[in-house]
Design a protein around this ligand. Sequence first.
Ligand code: AMP
Ligand code: ZN
Ligand code: FE
Ligand code: FE
Length: 292
Amino acid sequence: MKAEIDLHSHSTASDGTLRPKELVAKAAEIGLRCLALTDHDTTAGLAEALAAGKEYGVEIIPGCELSVDFQSGIMHIVGLWISPTSPNLNAVLECLRDDRLTRNQRILQKLANLGICISYDELSEMVQDEKSSIGRPHIARVLIRQGIVPDVKTAFQEYLGTGKKAYVPKMKLPPEVAIETLKADNATVILAHPYSLSLPLDETETVLKKLQSYGLDGLEVYYPLHSLKEREQYGEIAERLGLLVSGGSDFHGSVKPDISLGTGKSNLAIPYEIIQKMKDYRTAKGLPLVIS
Ligand code: AMP
Ligand code: ZN
Ligand code: FE
Ligand code: FE
């Protein structure tokens, strides 16, 4: 099957390495009909992506991805059809980015204490603008450039990963706050890469029911790191709970060289039907399909 859509991707507005326009051009080149840009904690890339979508004939769904506070594994929430100019959502995202600024400065201080000198400007230069979100992958890239580590994986293993030499935790919203903030902006809210919760299937289902009670709409069933078996199992859970099925590559460009846009392991070829079902769901709720 041919990849038709990709509902999870990152640009230089956060920790991806392609500018939004370059990302959309790549989507067009590989024949995608629809792409969601879902940068971490920012809407900074969306205007450029929406304009490029018109130019290249790719339908762009404006989105973002939030890390939320959860006791097990890693929980990320993706909002689709967010409004790039929403005052309320942007105020929340700005607060998260302010925390990142303090956190990044603390990480750089810890690295300095280890004799590794990185200036904040080296990080700022990698992103699109001052409303972009800077994180550990940017610091990892500088560590590689300075010859301190060979790759991103080692940067996390030795310095940036949880509990490592230069680790500093990040502020995370409670799941209900993240979901309610996105829903207040008319977003369709998806639990990203459920494998990263690191929970058995029955506990994953219990967690999803709880998130659904906060307003969760869907589950990212198609994901490059899900095996075919996991895709099937998550698909069954989504069906049982009446959740929308979503899917995306989580493309980041060269910082995650194993992940490619639209395609991926387990023949990640997401059919247009997935987005059509989301559109029907939104239409039934009277929610807009075109956001500019
Ligand atoms: P941050 O938002 O600054 O905490 O950074 C999170 C980003 O770092 C996400 O894009 C993750 O995929 C990436 N990341 C987290 N752990 C690792 C790891 N061990 N190796 C490579 N990338 C990682
Ligand atoms: Zn990322
Ligand atoms: Fe994620
Ligand atoms: Fe992501």
